[in-house]
Design a protein around this ligand. Structure first.
Ligand code: C2E
Ligand code: MG
Ligand code: MG
Ligand code: MG
Length: 293
């Protein structure tokens, strides 16, 4: 009986693995083609300065519209791109696309603005950062490193190698800020915070979600904000979906906010409209334009 049962489950496991491997190989093949044709889409989600009520930043978020499968989440295809050795090329495309959009937005806004770009740990471990080319690219748009923030997750900082620190220092030399993304969700110790002067700490949305009902989340958020400020980091809260969450975070000293309450990630033209129509005197946030995805 047990043998039968065992072989049954092995058969099942085996065929599902085969299916997954085939799907994965197909996806990587399609991904390679999309990289070559530069057919990704970047969406932009506004980041609000909570004290001034102004759009001071935006996060660029990549999308892949697969010809037959529709939209595939970056949570699914970025790991595949990393595995297939495509992440540096995607990083290059994202950088250029985000920079050209920054130039367009700066023409509309009358305040300082930074574009926040997600980066993969692999771009820091290998030499995936072509800082010299990036600087001249920024220059060609009349921009500087001050207009950019690179987001990294704390995982790569667990044991920062000299290559990682070297890449971070090159960013600093170009005036590019660095943010720790998804803060508090990794398994790393806090000691990495001493290895580099990070500019921003992004509180993960899992702490924001239940802020109004869970006093433990509230305690963690307050402690994170105090710690960050003592370390000369500004704080960005992710995943703000309600006015209540926004007000509580502002009250706790949080500097910037991002989330569906302000706007979903938008396609470039909608983002420009959003920036154009944003009224910093209006504290009763209107819902964003037609959400993409
Ligand atoms: P992330 O950098 O932590 O991005 C935040 C995610 O939360 C985004 O998901 C965003 O759409 C979503 N989000 C924003 N506001 C809210 C909200 O109020 N409520 C909820 N429930 N969700 C909200 P998205 O766009 O699917 O991106 C997922 C992850 O993929 C990102 O997490 C980032 O780690 C990665 N990613 C996205 N774009 C890129 C890229 O260009 N390069 C790399 N290497 N990774 C990227
Ligand atoms: Mg991010
Ligand atoms: Mg995040
Ligand atoms: Mg995330």
């Amino acid at each position: 009986f047990s043998k039968n049962n065992g072989s049954k489950s092995i058969t099942f496991y085996d065929s599902s693995m085969k299916h997954n491997t085939a799907l994965k190989n197909d996806t990587i093949r399609d991904l390679r083609l999309t990289v070559k044709k530069e057919q990704f889409i970047l969406l932009y989600q506004p980041i609000i300065d909570l004290s001034k009520n102004k759009i001071c930043k935006a996060e660029a978020l990549i999308r892949w519209n697969h010809p037959s499968r529709g939209f595939i989440s970056p949570e699914e295809f970025i790991p595949l791109a990393e595995e297939a050795g495509l992440i540096n090329e995607i990083g290059e495309w994202t950088f250029k696309e985000a920079v050209s959009q920054t130039a367009r937005v700066m023409k509309i806004l009358d305040n300082e603005f930074q574009m926040s770009i997600n980066t993969s740990p692999l771009q820091y471990h290998k030499n995936g950062m072509k800082i010299d080319i990036w600087n001249s690219y920024l220059d060609s748009y009349g921009l500087s490193g001050k207009n950019l923030v690179m987001e990294i997750t704390e995982g790569i900082l667990m044991k920062p190698s000299s290559t990682v620190i070297n890449n971070l220092n090159q960013l600093k030399n170009s005036g590019i800020d660095v943010a720790i993304d998804d803060f508090g969700t990794g398994y790393s110790s806090l000691s990495y915070l001493k290895s580099y002067d990070f500019n921003f700490l992004k509180i993960d949305q899992s702490f924001v979600r239940n802020l109004t009902v869970d006093s433990d989340d509230m305690a963690l958020v307050k402690a994170i904000i105090i710690m960050a400020h003592k370390l000369r980091c500004k704080v960005i809260a992710e995943g703000i979906e309600t006015k209540e969450q926004s007000d509580i975070l502002f009250g706790a000293g949080c500097d910037y906010g991002q989330g569906f309450y302000y706007s979903k990630p938008l396609i470039a033209s909608d983002f420009e409209d959003f920036v154009t129509h944003w009224d910093s005197k209006n504290t009763d946030r209107t819902k964003s334009l037609i959400p993409f995805q």
